[in-house]
Write a protein that binds this ligand. Structure first.
Ligand SMILES: [Zn+2]
Length: 452
């Protein structure tokens, strides 16, 4: 009966929920700089109506994290819903079909705007699920904790990272869902049990400037950089082997379940090189040189060149290992001195390595034995009328803060929205997808907290 009540409630209040989502999208939380407190205050207001205990933890300039609880009792099972409030900048607004912060509702089917998919849709659905459980006064024995966080788009240290070490620290958490979008076109909904890590490194080469008519009297920093770039592939040999959490075969098997037959899957795989490269990227570390800058004048030998290397890590692969390998390559193979942030160097020709940002990957290794996860999977199948598939997130999210260091290894990522439109022009979310996510979050929380 209670599940029917939840569904009926959601059907009755659809319009209110869509309007709540639109209000979140319209509120400015572009990161950098953040301003997530704007979003936190709207959530607090929405939950205040029915006396849900909400705490806002402000920091910096108009930034904040938020935690809200279904009740005050943490003795039973604790379920955590995590979603980030910040969004990436909209890019060139004139390229958007509709203004990115108008949250335009097109024919009651799709909402356009920055943050629709990534991830105010998932966040709003989680907030609403909490509200519904409270409103319906359903009998539950555990607690549902909502954690709306700042800073995800710039690494998450001040958001999920901070919350796990502070207000959430004493809570024994039994299961966590992060509401990031998990639809990887052309596949249906994914349930992600692992994520990749990342490491972005700035490489700076320091040479000696001089007249370009007498190049041998100076040391060209751009040439130094080009030597490094040409040799970058050697990195693969210098990094100790890390086993991926799943093999190519296993990943293919996981995706295979959403296709009617093996043949159809193989055909789609051939026709969709994107899908192939996603699967491949999950079994290996990758690197890409993404930015480069050097030179000041047509007739001056440059003494400085900067480049950025974007590396994606497998779970368990550490930034320090990669940094050591990079240093070995530059020092031993190319013969340049490497200066890190702590050393002082008297030489004029050297290379500096600087970590811009990094995050660990993570993986819930026991996911196949979890009854809770199986129930979640079946619920998604019922609500979405399509079998979801288990997979790994090909990018990095906040899950490592929760999974690693033992806070809650049983963390999954699942949410409304299409991965492909995240961070893109004309980002959007389907209203049906959003409503279904509310149903999944609300019903799962109810069932999870009912069982002792
Ligand atoms: Zn996100």
């Amino acid at each position: 009966m209670s599940v029917e009540k939840i569904i009926a409630k959601i059907e009755q209040n659809k319009e209110i929920y869509v309007e709540f989502l639109r209000t979140l999208i319209q509120s400015d939380s572009i990161n950098p700089p953040g301003n997530e407190k704007n979003v936190a205050l709207i959530i607090e207001d929405f939950l205040k109506e029915i006396n849900i205990k909400t705490e806002i933890f402000p920091f910096g300039n108009n930034r904040a994290n938020l935690i809200a609880y279904l009740n005050e009792n943490f003795e039973g099972k604790n379920l955590l819903y995590n979603g980030h409030m910040d969004v990436v900048p909209p890019g060139s607004e004139t390229e958007w079909k509709y203004p990115p912060f108008s949250a335009l509702n097109k024919r009651n089917k799709i909402i356009f705007g920055r943050g629709t998919t990534d991830m105010k849709g998932g966040l709003a659905a989680m907030v609403i699920a909490l509200k519904i459980l409270k409103e319906l006064k359903l009998e539950t024995s555990g607690n549902l904790i909502l954690n709306a966080v700042a800073d995800e788009e710039t690494g998450g240290k001040f958001g999920t990272g901070w919350c796990v070490k502070n207000p959430l620290k004493e809570i024994k958490c039994d299961f966590t869902i992060i509401g990031e979008a998990t639809e990887l076109n052309p596949l249906p909904k994914g349930i992600f049990v692992g994520e990749k890590g990342h490491l972005q490194v700035k490489i700076i080469t320091y040479g000696i400037s001089g007249h370009s008519g007498m190049p041998s009297m100076s040391k060209n920093a751009i040439y130094m950089m080009s030597e490094i770039i040409e040799n970058l592939d050697k990195l693969d040999d210098y990094i100790p082997k890390t086993e991926p959490p799943m093999s190519m075969d296993k990943l293919k098997k996981l995706v295979n379940v959403v296709f009617p037959s093996e043949e159809i899957f193989e055909r789609i795989l051939k026709e969709q090189p994107d899908l192939q490269s996603i699967i491949h990227s999950l079994t290996t570390f990758s690197k890409a040189l993404t930015m480069i800058k050097g030179g000041i004048k047509v007739n001056v030998i440059p003494d400085l060149c900067e480049a950025v290397l974007d590396i994606r890590l497998l779970p368990k692969q550490k930034s320090e290992t990669i940094m050591k390998a990079l240093q070995k390559l530059i020092e031993e193979d190319l013969g340049y001195l490497v200066k890190d942030q702590s050393t002082v160097i008297s030489k004029k020709v050297f290379v500096e390595l600087e970590i811009i940002t990094d995050s660990e990957g993570s993986y819930w290794s026991e996911w196949e034995d979890s009854v809770d996860l199986q129930e979640f999977h079946d619920l998604v199948e019922t609500i979405y009328e399509k079998k979801p598939f288990y997979f790994l997130l090909p990018a990095s999210a906040d899950a490592h803060y929760l999974r690693n260091d033992g806070f809650c290894p049983q963390t999954i990522i699942f949410g409304p929205g299409k991965g492909r439109t995240a961070h893109a022009i004309d980002e959007n979310i389907e209203i049906l997808d959003f409503i279904r996510a509310i149903k999944v979050y609300a019903i799962f929380a109810y069932k999870f907290l009912c069982t002792k």
